[in-house]
Design a protein around this ligand. Structure first.
Ligand code: DC
Length: 219
């Protein structure tokens, strides 16, 4: 087996990317890089400005933002300008604006640059929307992870309920559908399956089964 692989996992919201990627990275002894968290970090800083969210407001926070991911003991911690925001970036408020944030060229350029530098070292498992197509086109293993929209909505509901949010499944489904559409139809680096990516549909599969399939592809 080749050592220190670069593994790219892409797919739509709620496909289970971060859950399984985190576990697979731990098994392999690799660093896990959650690129969605980086776009969420930019969204978080935008909301901190306390003003109506416009493209101008988003772009105004980009030049000075310092986004840092620390992966320790199988968990990713996210920092913006030195402050930990790990929990605060996964809220309905952030979900609502993050596609608008991720659509903007200057935001993507800055994040992709950081992601490539993190990927260069190898022994990494990176997940997102454009990893196999754009960020790391030479990745050794490319996986496109997906699941039916019903299953993805159920998973997101559970995640938010566990955090104490009052959720309605139809609302979440509509939110995911809107995000799928925005992420797939945007001009820069849209969410598409790379030609050489393996399609892995996780509908009806348990977490362990998906992790085992990913590890199988890496061995
Ligand atoms: O995976 P996630 O839900 O945390 O991603 C948050 C948003 O960021 C989502 O709307 C898509 C966007 N994103 C992106 O455009 N490119 C990536 N590589 C990762 C995420």
């Amino acid at each position: 087996m080749k050592k220190n692989l670069v593994v790219a996992i892409d797919g739509p919201a709620g496909a289970g990317k971060s859950t399984v990627a985190q576990l697979a990275a731990k098994e392999l002894g690799y660093t896990y890089i959650d690129t969605g968290a980086m776009y969420r970090a930019v969204a978080w800083k935008t909301l901190q400005q306390g003003k109506p969210v416009t493209d101008e407001l988003i772009l105004s926070v980009v030049p000075d933002i310092d986004v840092d991911l620390q992966y320790t003991e199988g968990k990713t911690r996210v920092f913006v300008d030195g402050r930990e925001v790990t929990g605060e970036i996964r809220t309905p408020e952030i979900n609502k604006i993050v596609s608008q944030v991720a659509r903007l060229g200057p935001v993507r350029e800055k994040m992709v640059d950081l992601q490539r530098r993190m990927g260069e070292r190898g022994a990494v498992l990176m997940d997102g929307r454009d990893i196999a197509t754009h960020v790391l086109p030479n990745a050794d293993v490319k996986i496109f992870l997906t699941a039916s929209i019903e299953e993805r909505a159920r998973r997101r509901c559970k995640e938010l309920q566990e955090k104490g949010y009052d959720v309605d499944i139809e609302g979440i489904k509509a939110d995911i559908a809107a995000r799928d559409k925005a992420d797939s139809e945007r001009e820069i680096s849209p969410l598409i399956r790379a030609e050489d990516a393996v399609l892995l549909d996780t509908t009806g599969l348990g977490i362990e089964e998906v992790v085992a399939k990913i590890l199988g592809m890496c061995r």
